[in-house]
Design a protein around this ligand. Structure first.
Ligand code: GRF
Length: 210
């Protein structure tokens, strides 16, 4: 089977990128990373890519209007024949021209059970709201920030005494499971969009907790 050609866009640490690399290396994910691109020159994600002999691209946003910057990203991805764009901690909001160009071929990981707590600091938002569970979502990216169809979600309990850090850490563990899994589902052709929703073999899987 042909390997799905993906690009990972990341601005920082790159632990989700690492979960994709690890899944590919252990044979659980039938994909190949065509490149890792970042808007931050010294992003750790770029370093991780280099360590695994994956092309690491720093795309400098400075002095560019949003549309111009994203058209530079699109050109880089198209040149590398990328089939799926994976946003993993890419801290920029894409314009409609970009999300429509890659419609159905661009996903993001977000650390909450969307549609709850979109935007910045979702773990803090969850703690402030006093919810008893939160989690993470892999979803298609559309023009609406954190609003595209959910592909996979994992639930994480909010525990008594949780801080933003402890909750973030437990959610991150689940992110590292569902992101590679969602990519594999897409690689296997088991995800389609119908009526604004992602139809998958299973939409929610609940890891054992409590
Ligand atoms: C993750 O929590 C992801 O859900 C969010 O940004 C964080 C990126 O972490 N969008 P990392 O760079 O993958 O370690």
């Amino acid at each position: 089977m042909n390997k799905l050609r993906i690009a990972v866009l990341a601005s920082g640490r790159g632990s989700n990128l690492q979960s994709i690399i690890d899944s590919i290396e252990k044979g659980a994910l039938n994909a190949q990373i065509a490149c890792v691109a970042s808007d931050v020159k010294n992003a750790n994600a770029l370093e991780r890519a280099r360590e695994h002999s994956i092309e690491a691209l720093f795309l400098d946003p400075r002095g560019k209007a949003k549309e111009e910057y994203y058209s530079q990203i699109a050109d880089a991805l198209e040149k590398r024949r990328v089939e799926l764009v994976v946003m993993a901690g890419f801290m920029r909001i894409a314009p409609a021209s970009f999300t429509s160009k890659f419609a159905g071929r661009i996903i993001n990981i977000h650390p909450s059970l969307l549609p709850s707590f979109p935007g910045l600091h979702p773990q803090k938002q969850a703690l402030e709201a006093g919810v008893k569970e939160s989690g993470c979502t892999v979803h298609f990216v559309t023009e609406q920030v954190d609003g595209g169809p959910a592909i996979l979600q994992a639930r994480v309990p909010v525990l008594e005494g949780d801080s933003e850090e402890t909750l973030t850490e437990r959610i991150l563990e689940q992110e590292h499971k569902i992101l590679p899994k969602a990519i594999e589902l897409i690689a296997e052709g088991r995800v389609k969009i119908e009526g604004g929703k992602a139809i998958v073999d299973y939409a929610v899987f609940q890891d054992k907790w409590l």
